[in-house]
Design a protein around this ligand. Structure first.
Ligand SMILES: C[S@@+](CC[C@H](N)C(=O)[O-])C[C@H]1O[C@@H](n2cnc3c(N)ncnc32)[C@H](O)[C@@H]1O
Length: 213
């Protein structure tokens, strides 16, 4: 997969995204409900660096940091990274790919990918999860947020996204791929489709622990 069109698409919407989405994130309690639990569990496990993979304008990185976590952000879009640096000057943000993180093996205590796997085609999810597994220390935590798919069969369904073609994913299917990648499920939160006034999609948050490695 070539990532230049994805980066260009998010470069084009970075300013608008940064105006709207961080506020919506903070105003919608269920859409950041897993973050304090994730942060508390990372700290209880002794802490360590946490990557916000596909960080966008950096609001989730900043939330983790405010909760005491040593968080940094990575995003394929240089404009998103520029916005994140401008809006959160004390934090570290780098341009990069979530499927090829510039991090040594087993170096991280946690990875958060909040609505950023949506642009990863289903066939590439296993290698993305393998990369999360590579960078996480044994016992490290992974928190995924993504629009859910409750169709009768299949892992994913494409949907029309403002920036770039995207997929929503079946929660059980994602949990199964994580199991195959060496993760154990810890918790899941599903926000009901009726709470999504625009699209009517459920929103899934899945917390998993790195068990092997
Ligand atoms: C829908 S936005 C989510 C941003 C932020 N995580 C949030 O919660 O609002 C998706 C972000 O993921 C980034 N992204 C998507 N696929 C990526 C990849 N393979 N590597 C790095 N960044 C990626 C995009 O550039 C974009 O900033």
């Amino acid at each position: 997969m070539t990532y230049a069109p994805l980066a260009a698409a998010y470069d084009a919407v970075a300013a608008r995204y940064a105006e709207c989405i961080p506020g919506r994130y903070h105003e919608t309690p269920l859409h950041h409900a897993m973050i304090p639990a994730f942060a508390a569990m990372v700290l209880a496990g002794g802490g360590g660096p946490v990557a916000d993979a596909g960080c966008g304008p950096g609001h989730v990185t900043a939330h983790l940091s405010a909760l005491g976590v040593d968080a940094f952000g990575v995003d394929v879009s240089p404009e998103m990274v520029a916005r994140a640096r401008a809006d959160h000057p004390g934090l570290r943000f780098e341009v990069g790919l979530m499927g090829a993180l510039d991090v040594p093996a087993a170096a991280l205590a946690g990875v958060v990918a909040n609505h950023s796997i949506i642009h990863t085609p289903p066939e590439l999810l296993p290698e993305t999860f393998a990369e999360f597994g590579r960078v996480l220390a044994s016992g490290g935590l992974l928190l995924l947020g993504f629009p859910g798919y409750e169709g009768p069969e299949g892992l994913a369904e494409p949907f029309d996204h403002m920036a770039y073609p995207a997929h929503r994913y079946a929660l059980d299917g994602v949990a199964g791929l994580l199991l195959e990648a060496g993760f154990a499920e810890v918790a899941r939160l599903v926000v009901a489709p009726g709470e999504d006034a625009r699209r009517g999609f459920p929103t899934a948050y899945l917390l998993a622990r790195r068990t092997t490695g």
